[in-house]
Write a protein that binds this ligand. Structure first.
Ligand code: ATP
Length: 371
């Protein structure tokens, strides 16, 4: 059992109906969320959706306007940040420029009046953990962006918090280093057996590092689930569209029989069938979300044109090396994207601009969304 699916497990962090208002603006709107020990949890959403505010309430930099926030069963209301077993690593890293790496890491421990021997031992252990043992005497300006990020990480782990909060921690790194660092963070989280909560607007980052993702929009939690569920079974059009590429085919439900949903859409004359039951009645509006890689494209019409088929013309092709992305324009003007692996180097007759094509999908490849 994953901890969130095990009813005997108690959450480490619990947001209960938490609201945060700034004046008459609601930044966080009735959020209820449980996070478990040893989870790597991501808060994902576009800029301004309230994810940082949610994290700041856990750190104690903001107080909820309504609702309750508990950590290991303790109500956090009124508990100052320094008394919470939580530490936050900021995007800017906030390192002291005049102090060397070792002193930056030791700063909080000195303030807590830990003995020198204990501080030295802890700093040494942290330097090894983030692979900076050879850089202890350097100042922040003598380090690369990735190394500075690791100093900030070591500093935020120095007091051995129960929870590490990471606010866009990799935002300043270039793509390659960012990807490497994502795996280092995952490795570190597993080694330490800690709870990590990361805030990011980068869906690939959230999908890579997190055990579960909470997708937020305008202060509201839209879906909380493991990455594969968020991708394969998005709960709403918003989630489907925010995570990865998707084609949304709007239409009307014509029948639901407990196992399949049948729909009619103005984009194609043929019926659309999805292997999924939804709570809807004939005539209700709904849409089918289909990922580009789950569509098939062909220059030949399918043997049976009974269902799940779109006819169109190639409007554009993006060659990405491993994949080609075909933009297909349907007769109604809607464009859909189909991605196909480029398996062979020489294709017998490559699909090209203005070709007439048929796009099909299997009933289990789509998801019907009513919200
Ligand atoms: P970003 O990724 O850009 O940091 P975010 O999802 O983390 O965005 P928040 O920083 O949580 O968003 O902000 C949510 C909303 O609350 C924004 O509209 C922001 O302007 C507003 N907000 C945040 N802090 C304050 C504040 N102290 N006073 C007034 N409004 C605020």
């Amino acid at each position: 059992f994953a901890p969130w699916a095990d009813p005997t497990q108690k959450p480490l962090i619990r947001f209960e109906n938490v609201v945060k208002r700034f004046g008459d603006f609601t930044a966080v709107d009735h959020v209820s969320l449980d996070i478990y020990e040893r989870e790597f949890f991501a808060l994902l959403g576009p800029s301004g959706c309230g994810k940082t505010t949610l994290m700041r309430m856990l750190a104690g930099f903001e107080e909820p306007s309504e609702g309750r926030l508990t950590l290991a069963g303790e109500d956090l209301a009124g508990v100052p940040p320094y008394r919470r077993p939580v530490n936050m690593m900021f995007q800017s890293y906030a390192l002291f420029p005049h102090m060397n790496v070792q002193d930056n890491i030791a700063f909080g421990l000195k303030q807590d009046k830990m003995s020198k021997g204990d501080i030295d031992a802890r700093v040494e252990e942290l330097l090894k953990l983030v692979k900076l043992d050879k850089f202890a005497k350097r100042k922040p300006h003598q380090l690369s962006g990735g190394q500075r990020q690791r100093v900030a990480l070591a500093r935020s782990l120095a007091k051995r918090p129960k929870v590490l909060l990471l606010d866009e921690p990799l935002g300043a790194l270039d793509k390659k280093l960012r990807e490497e660092t994502q795996f280092e963070l995952m490795d570190l989280q597993m080694k330490l057996g800690m709870t990590f909560l990361i805030v990011t607007h980068d869906q690939e980052e959230a999908m890579t590092v997190a055990d579960r993702i909470a997708v937020m929009n305008q202060g509201v939690l839209v879906q909380v689930a493991p990455p594969a569920v968020i991708y394969e079974q998005p709960a709403t059009r918003y989630v489907a569209d925010f995570i990865g590429e998707v084609n949304l085919i709007e239409g009307q439900v014509t029948a639901c029989d407990g196992e399949t949903t049948r729909m009619a859409s103005p984009v194609t004359p043929c019926p659309l069938v999805v292997a999924q039951h939804v709570e809807a009645k004939p005539g209700d509006s709904a849409c089918i979300a289909i990922r580009p890689e789950k569509l098939r494209i062909s220059l030949d019409p399918p043997a049976e044109q009974g269902e799940n088929c779109f006819e169109g013309e190639i409007w554009d092709i993006g060659y990405l090396g491993d994949l080609s992305i075909y933009h297909v324009e349907l007769a109604c003007g809607q464009r859909i994207k189909v991605s196909q692996p480029n398996l062979s180097r020489l294709v017998a007759r490559p699909i090209t601009w203005e070709d007439k094509v048929w796009v099909t999908f299997a009933p289990h490849a789509g998801v019907v969304l009513t919200r």
